[in-house]
Design a protein around this ligand. Structure first.
Ligand SMILES: Cc1ncc(COP(=O)(O)O)c(C=O)c1O
Length: 377
């Protein structure tokens, strides 16, 4: 059987990972400044993570959500401790799209309404509702287009109030820093106005922290900088360091009811063991602080390069905006210098999403490769 060919592939076959590096099947070493789409939070094959997953699979890999699983409570407790967020409850699932899908569903259950507001350039995943609130018509099937949704621009407070005042909006979903869209972030005033308007018009504020959460920005969640308290927060990517796990943090205004949400695989023993190990490492190795410190270093180094027009994002969720389209630069960094970077819908943006354990020396290597490529342009 052949694979259903939906991914454009680089001709590289990684077979091993270690910290901030991956190795291909010929033993070639690559610096990973992309973390496989922002997934690798604590570094490839971190020893304590490997040990935790190995030990758990030897004991019990999976049982259904119809039995007690104390690992879920331990993960929820640890999440509270490391994120500093109180008064939220945790529902576990398997991916970012599934987290958003459940968040949207819960907003609709809670308010009895169905329309959802999202923002220009947003990406929230590929399941039915999540893709309906994603700003990319080419990945929406007619089936997805049946949802009632409205797209607005960041900073359009009056447009937001106009839509919310119609009374049919269940929720507003937002990536505090946009990932795929190109690292744009609205102002604190806008996020605070959005939160106030949501509570005024009985709509749910959903923060999609699938990419920006789990310490990536130097804060545990990107919204924490703006002093808002979203009603629902979705998480995934960095949560399992590659093990598929996602979740939503649900504020105390929502009431749980048996059967309201559910999943077969979500919150399984192995996923929880991976999730707990990730939080332990983030805490014990001060990875949020490292993300904030390395960010300062990257900004200083980027300022030395005239072709970089802007450093977008925060912490280790970064976009370097050049004065030219970067597709061929990315290819050269990968094939000439063995450095993985990412792309965005803004074609002039090089996305940088490394493991949170990355060190200055890794970025020195990157900037020297970048300088030598820019000389050749
Ligand atoms: C902000 C955001 N939300 C949701 C998703 C979807 O996550 P997944 O691919 O795990 O379904 C992504 C994936 O890139 C994302 O960046």
């Amino acid at each position: 059987m052949n694979l259903f060919d939906v991914y454009p592939l680089y001709n590289i076959t990684p077979v091993k990972g270690e910290g901030c590096h991956v190795y291909d099947d010929e033993g070639k070493k690559y610096l990973d400044l992309y973390g496989g789409h922002a997934v690798i939070s604590i570094g490839h094959s971190h020893p304590s993570y490997v040990k935790a997953v190995q030990e758990q699979v030897q004991k019990l890999g999976f049982y259904s959500n119809s039995i007690k699983n104390p690992l879920q409570d331990e993960l929820a407790e640890k999440l509270l401790q490391v994120s500093g967020l109180e008064n939220y409850k945790l529902f576990l699932c398997n991916s970012g799209a599934e987290a958003n899908e459940n968040a949207l569903k819960l907003a609709s259950f809670h308010t009895g309404k169905s329309r959802v507001i999202y923002f220009k350039n947003a990406f929230h995943g590929r399941t039915s509702g999540a893709v309906a609130v994603t700003d990319n018509e080419s990945i929406k099937a007619p089936f997805n287009k049946a949802h009632e949704v409205t797209c607005l621009a960041f900073e359009d407070v009056s447009g937001l109030e106009k839509e919310l005042s119609k009374g049919d909006v269940a929720g507003v979903i937002v990536e505090i820093i946009q990932g795929v869209g190109g690292l744009d972030e609205a102002s604190t005033e806008f996020y605070q106005a959005t939160a106030n308007l949501c509570s005024k018009y009985n709509a749910v504020l959903l923060a999609d922290e699938v990419q920006s959460g789990y310490g990536r920005t130097g804060d545990f969640f990107a919204f924490q900088k703006h002093q808002i308290s979203p009603d629902i927060i979705s998480v995934a990517k960095g949560m399992g360091n590659g093990f598929p796990i996602g979740g939503i943090l649900i504020s105390s205004k929502f009431e749980a009811k048996h059967g309201l949400l559910g999943t077969t695989f979500g919150g399984n023993h192995l996923a929880c063991a991976a999730g707990i190990a990730v939080l332990d490492v983030i805490e014990n190795e001060n990875l949020m602080q490292n993300a904030a410190e390395i960010f300062q270093f990257v900004k200083e180094k980027a300022a030395e390069i005239p072709q970089i027009k802007q450093v977008k994002g925060r912490g280790l969720m970064l976009g370097l905006e050049f004065d030219f389209e970067v597709a061929s630069l990315r290819k050269d960094l990968l094939f000439e210098h063995q450095i993985f970077t990412g792309a965005a819908s803004n074609k002039k943006l090089l996305r940088i999403l490394p493991p949170l354990s990355i060190q200055k020396g890794h970025f020195e290597q990157f900037f020297s490769a970048l300088k030598s490529e820019l000389k050749n342009q």
